[in-house]
Write a protein that binds this ligand. Structure first.
Ligand code: GLP
Length: 275
């Protein structure tokens, strides 16, 4: 696993956006062979999305031949709800870039047949050749997408109840009223994410420090589903300084040292990406 430690969240966002742009450009995607990108919602990727929008406007990267799959969606709120992940993605990324609407895939939390919806999502990912890069964030309890603590590390796309911690964390988007947060979701599974050719997770802020410590220093454990990243051949976390507060000094210094030539966000646009 790689751990890229940035000074602050703005730098993190810039690093990740430049990295994604570089990956897309190196792949030189076409409509027949698109670049397939997995995407999260939440506050963690917001800065990255703003940076990507700038890169598209500056002509550095194009999403015309990029196909996206979002990680998750709430069940039980309409697609048009201000807090649905459909609304979030269109408001914060898709409507500002040159992506073709037919290339956007987001689970339908109101599908009449949930099992069929989830299976079709998995099938569609396979049909386009699998995910090239899965971008993600994590919850304070280390959940990835909506794979709450105790989720099977072999899980695939399915419906999943939200735990109390997650409802509390997400209540900030629902007038700070936990009772307004949906009870369940559709989410890709841990194995779905691990099938991607590469996984990049953004972690920022003190409230994610415990989760980062478990992800990097503790063993693979279903109570911290992000820890499954240790089993991925190309798993990377990009974090800010506050998120590192629970890491051992030695761990921090180790990653700062081995990644010392890869920390400058600007250099990512021309990087050979060092895998
Ligand atoms: C939700 C989403 C996750 C996201 C997490 C963290 O629970 N299902 O995909 O990573 O929130 O959100 P934030 O980045 O806002 O802290």
């Amino acid at each position: 696993m790689r751990l890229i430690i940035q000074d602050n969240h703005d730098q993190t966002s810039k690093w990740v956006a430049n990295y994604i742009a570089r990956k897309i450009n190196l792949a030189a995607p076409t409509s027949k062979k698109p670049f397939v990108l997995g995407l999260p919602t939440g506050s963690s990727p917001l800065g990255t999305y703003q940076e990507l929008i700038k890169l598209v406007h500056d002509g550095v990267v194009s999403f015309r031949n990029v196909v996206t799959f979002n990680m998750d969606e709430y069940v039980g709120i309409p697609k048009e709800h201000p807090q649905s992940y459909h609304t979030f993605m269109w408001a914060n990324l898709f409507k500002h870039i040159d992506i073709r609407p037919e290339n956007v895939n987001i689970l339908n939390g109101n599908a009449p047949d949930i099992k069929a919806e989830c299976q079709a999502y998995e099938d569609k990912m396979k049909a386009v050749g699998g995910i090239d890069l899965f971008l993600g964030g994590i919850g304070p309890d280390g959940h990835l997408a909506f794979n709450e603590p105790g989720s099977s590390l072999a899980s695939r796309t399915r419906d999943k109840e939200l735990n109390y911690d997650t409802k509390i964390a997400n209540s900030r988007f629902f007038d700070n009223d936990v009772s307004k947060v949906p009870e369940s979701s559709l989410t890709v599974g841990i194995a779905t994410v691990m099938d991607a050719k590469e996984v990049l997770i953004i972690v920022n802020g003190y409230n994610k420090a415990r989760a980062l410590q478990h992800a990097v220093e503790e063993g693979v454990n279903h109570m911290w589903t992000i820890s499954a990243l240790q089993l991925h051949p190309r798993g990377m976390i990009v974090c800010d300084e506050p998120a590192t507060y629970e890491l051992r000094v030695g761990t921090y210094k180790h990653f700062k040292d081995i990644e010392r030539n890869n920390l400058d966000p600007d250099s990512m646009l021309n990087s050979d990406l060092v895998w």
